[in-house]
Design a protein around this ligand. Structure first.
Ligand code: PMP
Ligand code: GLN
Length: 386
């Protein structure tokens, strides 16, 4: 095959995702997997039943419509109105995708030209770097630093150049647990308007905010026409394998994203789309209970990690806790995570893989708490042996 590498240079070095690597390590060693973020308990039984009913009734077993089934697009629009006060036309301003992952890919492939600069909060969720690269664009990190991980807004302003096309946001933020405040979002929005930038905002943890509130940047002045908002059913309803996500935005933005999306998967998850439409219409009790449950788990794991000697950055949102391993006499998160299954039968994620500025992330390690209480208690007791 000659000497030319098979993998194109845009993806060179991107190898296997850290989530796949660490979940395989958990399986191989029989460890408790607090790495990859997926719950060990499925979502509501009536929603699972709705998916099974759809399959058996022949709803969605053949290609659903390209933009998503009308029932789900309406439910997404209602959900945006009910929780965020945002009005979207289900026919032209809503698009169903194969998880948030496809929404991110389609948005970046649709909206970027080669050479465009994308400013993104670092550490970045792993698919951002890959999709920016596949679009031929350039990532420009705004580094969030321990202990509070707040964005440096002066620095953000300084990062904008004539080549900046897009701000890629994620709030609540994976892996730090940062939730952008109303003031921070207002400053970011003002900058976007001033420089005529697009904003793509990944809000998959929108229902997991423990202090303060989730504020949609799309609601701010001048933002509706420049913001692509992304969310997904995976996290909110604890069905991460269904891969039903969505995009909301102005009709021209959604049309652009749809153009790219139709050549990625075209469509997906037919019967699950019916079930997710039901899920989005669950009463407030469901969303409140979900958050309260995860808040209790957050504190269970955070207290346990502190007792085990980690420096804990208690998250404002998401189901991840970032810790610093320095107090344990450790410096390198990758080495630490590779050895952890052997040392005490627990798997975690080294945050450094989400950084360009590797010094900023070297000693940080992420644990998820979307697991049963007994599992978290056992993990904490094992980590206590460190
Ligand atoms: N964005 C962030 C920040 C995530 O943590 C995840 C993982 N759920 C995704 C996107 C991908 O979501 P989905 O599983 O819906 O593709
Ligand atoms: N979003 C999940 C996490 O951060 C992982 C999803 C994936 O494996 N791509 O753990």
């Amino acid at each position: 095959m000659g000497t030319r590498p098979l993998l194109n240079r845009r993806l060179a070095g991107m190898g296997t995702t850290i989530f796949a690597e660490m979940s395989a390590l958990a399986t191989a060693t029989g460890s408790i997997n607090l790495g990859q973020g997926f719950p060990d308990t499925d979502g509501p039984a009536e929603i699972a039943q709705a998916a099974a009913d759809a399959v058996l009734a022949g709803r969605g077993n053949q290609y659903p419509p390209g933009p998503g089934i009308p029932e789900l697009r309406s439910a997404i629009a209602e959900h945006q109105q009910r929780f965020r006060g945002l009005a979207y036309d289900p026919d032209t301003e809503v698009l169903v995708t194969a998880g948030a992952t496809e929404a991110i890919a389609a948005a970046l492939l649709a909206l970027l030209e080669p050479g465009d600069e994308v400013i993104a909060l670092e550490p970045f969720y792993d698919s951002y770097a890959a999709c920016i690269a596949m679009a031929g664009a350039v990532r420009v990190p705004l580094t969030l630093r321990a202990p509070d991980f707040r964005p440096d807004l002066e620095r953000l302003r300084a990062l904008v150049t004539p080549r900046t096309r897009l701000l890629l946001l994620n709030s609540p933020h994976n892996p730090t647990g940062l939730v952008l405040s109303a003031d921070e979002l207002a400053a970011i929005a003002a900058l976007a308007v001033e420089h005529d930038l697009l904003v793509v905002t990944d809000e998959v943890y929108e229902h997991l905010v423990f202090s303060g509130a989730h504020h949609p940047i799309a609601a701010l002045p001048g933002m509706r026409e420049r913001t692509v908002s992304i969310s997904s059913a995976g996290k909110t309803f604890s069905f991460t394998g269904w891969k039903v996500g969505w995009v909301t935005g102005s009709a021209p933005l959604v049309a652009a994203v749809r153009t790219a999306k139709q050549y990625l998967t075209y469509v997906s998850a037919g019967p699950f789309q019916y079930a997710v439409a039901d899920a989005l219409r669950l009463p407030d009790d469901y969303f409140d209970g979900f958050r309260a449950d995860l808040l209790r788990k957050r504190d269970l794991l955070a207290d346990g990690l502190s007792a085990a000697g980690f420096r804990v950055f208690r998250p404002e949102g998401t189901y991840f806790i970032t810790t610093d391993i320095t107090p344990l006499g450790e410096k390198d998160g990758i080495e630490f995570c590779r050895a952890l299954p052997e040392r005490c039968g627990v798997v975690a994620i080294p945050n450094v893989v989400f950084y360009d500025d590797t010094e900023a992330g070297r000693s940080l390690v992420r644990f998820t708490f979307c697991k049963q209480d007994e599992v978290l208690e056992e993990a904490v007791s094992r980590l206590g042996r460190l």
